[in-house]
Design a protein around this ligand. Structure first.
Ligand code: KG4
Ligand code: ZN
Length: 344
């Protein structure tokens, strides 16, 4: 694998972030993320509004990324773009834009699966950093985002084996729903994380019994709601006066099954090289607990830099560089796919 190579423009538009990056090999020259604020007032992503906002943001974001990277359209060797999974309307904006640009510049483009991109973000070199440890294959990746909760054995850049996953809601979704119950702003995960710093886990919720390596988050929301209702009956101001404790308790309840699953998976497959990926991997409690486990179990641990945890185009560029080096170029007839991308 080379650390400098083709200059790729990478585009990510699967949900509510319009992001564009420029990479020289695995070196990130620019990574611009335009987050859509319009959804805050609705407490969740409104698909129709998201695609409209992508349409408005895509060209300015492309121009900003090129400017920051000190590159021009003519300098680009190719384009990497998220093909799926995600919201179809959102994906279509980035994907159609990438195809049109590739056509007009007469350069190839490559399709990238959003979740694979999250897991391959570990190969990125941040601006100014020349050397850093990168994982060898295989590694075990806990992939946790607003749409996914998976334990994945990453055998190679194009070989992902899902060992276990959620049977209903994703953990990020559970963070966001719980935050809504506490009247916190969207997305709720970072808010709960921030407020939990000043609290203690004093409230307890019933956890579902799941088979090894499987997760379930849909019931927890109801359990959290019931606990709140019960507590408020006895202490009407509890949600205000003990907000930090509620956040800390919710955070521990949502993260604990992930820690248990990760530990079981590592033992089961005998892999000591562990990585985290996805938006929820920004969570400070998850990171500190996994670091403790890694120290105790002698794991080789890879925590993504914060800028590459939530949705960003640099990670799409990393997956794109791998695809490029294997000449896995896309065709003009390829379309955006709301479900997981399966490469031929
Ligand atoms: O990967 P991502 O940006 O988008 C998806 O592909 O879904 O993940 C977004 C999710 C949201 O649910 C958000 O609340 C959660 O990641 N998140 C966090 C934190 N930062 C983002 N959850 C807990 N703690 C955080 N610090
Ligand atoms: Zn994501």
């Amino acid at each position: 694998m080379t650390r400098s190579g083709p200059i790729l423009l990478a585009i990510e538009s699967s949900c509510d972030d319009t992001s564009v990056a420029v990479l020289d090999g695995f070196h990130v020259l620019a990574n611009v993320v335009h987050s859509q604020v319009i959804h805050e007032q609705y407490g969740g992503v409104v698909p129709e509004l998201a695609s409209r906002a992508h349409t408005e943001a895509i060209l300015p974001t492309v121009k900003a990324a090129l400017r920051r990277a000190a590159k021009q359209f003519q300098d680009l060797d190719g384009i990497a773009v998220t093909q799926g999974p995600g919201l179809l309307g959102s994906l279509l904006v980035g994907h159609s834009f990438a195809k049109s640009l590739a056509l007009s510049l007469e350069i190839p483009y490559v399709n990238v699966d959003h979740m694979e991109a999250h897991m391959l973000a570990h190969f990125l070199y941040e601006p100014g950093i020349q050397d850093k440890p990168i994982p060898g294959f295989p590694y075990l990746c806990l992939t946790v985002s607003g749409g996914h909760t998976q334990l994945v054995q990453v055998n190679d850049w194009n070989d992902f084996h899902v060992l276990g996953e959620t049977q209903d809601d994703a953990v990020g979704e559970a963070f966001d729903k719980a935050a809504k119950l506490l009247s916190l702003s969207y997305p709720g995960g970072p808010e709960i994380d921030r407020l939990a710093q000043g609290g203690e886990s004093v409230f307890h919720f019933s956890q579902p019994q799941m088979p090894d390596l499987q997760f379930s988050y849909s019931g927890l929301k109801t359990s959290i709601l019931r606990s709140m209702q019960k507590e408020v009956k006895e202490h009407p101001q509890s949600l205000d006066t003990q907000l930090a404790d509620w956040c800390a308790s919710i955070q521990v309840a949502l993260i604990t099954p992930l820690l248990e699953g990760l530990s079981q998976a590592a033992e089961l497959v005998g892999i000591q090289r562990i990585a985290l990926a996805g938006g929820v991997s920004a969570n400070s409690y998850l990171r500190s607990q996994v670091q403790k486990m890694a120290d105790a179990k002698d794991w080789e641990l890879y925590l993504p830099p914060f800028s590459y945890t939530t949705d960003n185009a640099a990670m799409v560029g990393a997956a794109g560089q791998f695809a490029w080096s294997a000449s896995r170029f896309a065709e003009m007839k390829d379309a955006a796919q709301p479900k997981r991308v399966v490469h031929a």
